[in-house]
Ligand binder design. Structure first.
Ligand SMILES: C[S@@+](CC[C@H](N)C(=O)[O-])C[C@H]1O[C@@H](n2cnc3c(N)ncnc32)[C@H](O)[C@@H]1O
Length: 226
């Protein structure tokens, strides 16, 4: 029997993809709301969500890295592994990411409780990508994640978010509240399920007063106690 190393690169990739599919599907069975996907993102979606990112964007932040489907695409786009910070809440996936990307910074944490200042002392990140299932999260959690992500991003930085839904998975009230805008940059049917990608950028400088519970839009965001 051939060992994995003897297989041609394409066959080796297929073996990894089947293994990752089983891993993600098992994790989804245990916690469907957290995992929010029955299969890892396909290659077309990974290429789509990373298409505007190049080494000038380094360092790059990835939220909900899972088995590393988007991480691999970032490396293919020329981002150095040591310029990647991967945030993943599942201990099993965080361990897998450390094994697969030993030079990347893997943080096993809830993206909603990250301290942007500790993660990146200056707002130096050029691009962030998110594999998080925002549609299954409470709006207040989404707001918290976006606020801390944009605290890490340079003024011209962008967050790339995918969705299986028909529109941007971030409510207009949240975008307005944080002074952000979303633009759909493409979609693919070659994914299970089909998906679209949005680029989220600042429409105006973030106001320091944009904190939970104050300012316009606050009443549209019910408290979730988390
Ligand atoms: C839809 S999967 C995407 C995985 C991978 N990026 C992909 O596209 O195949 C979502 C991933 O986000 C992780 N996750 C969910 N909620 C999270 C949170 N609040 N903070 C960090 N990671 C989270 C899950 O454990 C899972 O690995």
């Amino acid at each position: 029997m051939q060992s994995l190393d003897e297989l041609p690169p394409k066959s080796r990739r297929n073996v990894f993809e089947i293994g990752d599919g089983l891993r993600l599907f098992s994790a989804w069975l245990l916690d469907p709301l957290k995992i929010a996907a029955v299969a890892p993102s396909g290659r077309r979606l990974a290429m789509l969500i990373t298409q505007e990112i190049d080494p000038h964007a380094s360092p790059v932040l990835e939220l909900g890295a899972g088995t590393g489907a988007f991480t691999r695409a970032l490396l293919e786009r020329g981002i150095a592994e040591h310029d990647l910070t991967l945030v993943e809440m599942s201990a099993d996936f965080a361990q897998l990411l450390r094994k697969r990307f030993p030079r990347a910074r893997v943080i096993e944490a809830n993206a909603a409780s990250l301290s942007a200042a500790k993660l990146f002392p200056s707002a130096s990140v050029g691009a962030a990508i998110s594999g998080l299932g925002l549609l299954s999260m409470h709006p207040r959690t989404v707001l918290t994640i976006l606020r801390s992500t944009f605290a890490c991003l340079r003024p011209d930085g962008a967050l790339y978010q995918f969705t299986y839904g028909p529109r941007c998975p971030i409510q207009p009230a949240i975008l307005n509240r944080l002074g952000l805008k979303a633009e759909r940059i493409g979609g693919t049917w070659a994914n299970l399920p089909p998906a679209a990608v949005y680029r989220i950028t600042r429409s105006a400088p973030i106001s320091v007063s944009a904190t939970i519970g104050t300012g316009p839009g606050a009443t549209n965001l019910p408290a979730d106690g988390r």
